[in-house]
Design a protein around this ligand. Structure first.
Ligand code: HEM
Length: 408
């Protein structure tokens, strides 16, 4: 019997049971605040494609503020437009191409280390944590994992503290007068992260001051430091924004790819036939040559494996939005200020959309691309989100994953 990957009822049992009981979209209550949960692909598509105008992101929760501050993931309005432009430049096109050699070098260092593990067990999740931390440190911040290590550790601790307080009720005045141990620790961690980030920024500034460099650099940190020193006050990035943006990319750029890599290795370990197909394709395209970004895009089998892994075990399950004003969504008439929760993992596991083999690992469903696999319905498969607020690191994440798999 084939191994099934029916994880939705386990990962989001409440959504699973409500969808079965009430249908693909249903209303839930968070205290006195109503929330419309959306899993119908057409509505998923419509909400996400209009995420800047009709269905903007919600004000960030206590959990999200701790991790991302007011960085790109949580920013709204003009601030988001400015920050998105910067990140688009840093993680697409030529900039992305220029990052590829650094990504490959990081993978090769990891594999060199793995040679010492022959015949022993490897904790791959941990190994990929080191790799993805090193890759984002090198490519976006021009530093090594060791330099960013403290930031990753503190962000990790902060996310654990914040997630265990996810449903805590916050009472404005009381929360100012009395702070729990978790709140005190998370304040200390936030301060620690800010100090570490500013140290890395100062190092970059010192290079220009000492004449070792004639600009702050073209990587993401360089662009941020440039904006931090912008002579136009309206365009200038504040210290808080600079720190929040660094935190955002250290966190979003590491944790997600870490999880994807670990699941791919797991799935290929139990599906040896696909491991073999992927190996043959890599040898056919690269032989013994060092991979480059142009050739990497020709890896069809690898791309199918990545999509299928994202479908079954995507790192992101849901996206929060709200209605800006009274609006029609499909057949529904929604009032202003209604919370929306888009659960894009639900269509990924829906047998009515993918067929009876939905819970099986079958990369061949993507043989003719995403559009064909989803019957041209974008909301059926959107692991990186959709529309203007989709994942800005999507191409970077794919490049990193492909580079890791080719070298391995
Ligand atoms: C497998 C890897 C990844 C997955 C599945 C993923 C998934 C997502 C999703 C679903 C969103 C949309 C969130 C929403 O609409 O509310 C998103 C946004 C975002 N992602 Fe990723 N992500 C990945 C990797 C990365 C990487 C490597 C980076 C950074 C280099 C990154 C940075 C961001 C940022 C900054 C946003 C917010 C964009 C905006 O609101 O304009 N992500 N990601």
């Amino acid at each position: 019997m084939a191994l099934r990957h029916d994880i939705f009822p386990r990962v989001q049992p409440h959504v699973y049971s409500c969808v079965n009981r009430y249908g693909r979209n249903y209303l839930a209550w968070d205290g006195k605040q109503p929330e419309l949960v959306i899993t119908e692909p057409e509505l998923v598509n419509e909400v996400l494609k209009n995420s800047v105008t009709t269905f903007p992101k919600r004000k960030p929760t206590f959990f999200l503020t701790g991790i991302f501050g007011n960085g790109l993931v949580t920013a709204l309005g003009e601030k988001w437009v400015k920050q998105r432009k910067l990140a688009n430049y840093a993680f697409h096109g030529e900039s992305l191409k220029n990052m590829t050699p650094a990504v490959i070098a990081s993978v090769e260092t990891m594999l060199e280390k793995w040679k010492g593990y022959v015949g022993k067990e490897i904790e791959v999740y941990h190994e990929f944590r080191l790799l993805t931390s090193e890759v984002i440190s090198r490519t976006a911040f021009g530093s090594s994992y060791l330099e960013g290590e403290k930031i990753f550790d503190m962000l990790n601790k902060l996310s654990i503290i914040r997630s265990r307080n996810l449903f805590e009720t916050r009472i404005p005045l009381i929360n100012k007068l009395w702070k729990s141990g978790d709140v005190l620790e998370s304040e200390e961690l936030s301060k620690g992260i800010q100090d570490c980030v500013m140290k890395i920024v100062k190092k970059r500034e010192d290079k220009v001051v000492n004449g070792e460099a004639d600009s702050f650099g073209n990587d993401f940190l360089g662009l941020l430091v440039n904006a931090y020193h912008d002579s136009d006050k309206n365009n200038r990035l504040s210290t808080e924004d600079l720190v929040d943006e660094c935190k955002t990319f250290y966190f979003a750029g590491q944790d997600t790819v870490n999880s994807l890599l670990a699941w791919i290795v797991f799935l290929l370990a139990i599906h040896g036939d696909w491991q073999e197909k992927a190996r043959r394709e890599v040898i056919e395209i690269f032989g013994n040559q060092i991979p480059n970004s142009e050739e990497m895009s020709k890896l069809k089998i690898m791309t199918m494996i990545i999509y299928e892994t994202l479908r079954l075990y995507g790192p992101s399950n849901g996206m929060m939005r709200r209605t800006e004003s009274d609006v029609q969504l499909g057949k529904l008439i929604l009032p202003a200020n209604l919370d929306l929760l888009v659960i894009h993992a639900a269509p990924h596991h829906d047998p009515q959309l993918w067929g009876d083999d939905v819970h099986l690992f079958k990369p061949e469903r993507f043989a003719e691309g995403i559009a064909k696999a989803t019957n041209y319905n974008a909301g059926v498969f959107c692991p990186f989100g959709l529309g203007p607020r989709n994942c800005v690191g999507m191409n970077f994440a794919t490049t990193e994953t492909v580079a890791e798999r080719i070298d391995s």
